[in-house]
Design a binder for this molecule. Sequence first.
Ligand SMILES: [Zn+2]
Length: 260
Amino acid sequence: MSVPKGRRAVLAGMLALAGAGLGGARPTPETARDLWPGAAEVVRGERSLVVGHRVPPAELRDLAARADRACRTIAEVWGPVRAVVVVPATDEEAALLAGAGRTGGLAALATVDRVVVVPTGYARLSGTGRDVVITHELTHLATGATRGGRVPMWLSEGFADYVGYRDAGIPTRTVAAELAAEVRAGRLPTELPGLADFAPGSPRLAQAYEEAWLACRYVAERFGEKGLVRLYGSDVDSTLGLSRAEFTAAWRDHLRRELG
Ligand SMILES: [Zn+2]
């Protein structure tokens, strides 16, 4: 299973976040157990809780180990996260639990307080791909994703990918393969990706994620991880001391250096 496929699964995860019911009852680890009365299998990791429906316990233990690793990475960068991972029996059940219309091609979805695994998409991922997806989605849980649109999409998705790929050991050009092909062909994006670029069916969806990821990588390299964390929920001007135009220019230089 190739990494770029893993990326496509990751990037689709955010679509469900937008559609997931914000507000309403917040399931706790205790209520997660009640999702499937009498049929739920619960595995506790060191830092995570995994609830499965007709899923072999070994699979749940594997997920708990991945979620624990993800939590350690997220704690290093951001802070603690209450990791609840739900593994339904079918993709339809996953869509229902995530409040998403459909799950085609996704591996996992984040709602406000849990990660819902999509069995078919998740099964297709490599081990590394699974780690990236789980870390990405749990990062959304930790940060609150776009916080109802107050954090720009490029920062929300770029940050989740920054944490997701931070310890994955995958070369930049591999993670950002689609964007690298464009840059090598002399096509450099002029603006940071906006909301529409992340919309389902957007022709450059993969590139939008890669642009966002590299924007966050650039901030972390120049201003440190703490600078990147400070930027989350703030703005480029006051946090980094750069105008939007200066930031965009620096990001484009970074793309040229990393992918050209
Ligand atoms: Zn995401």
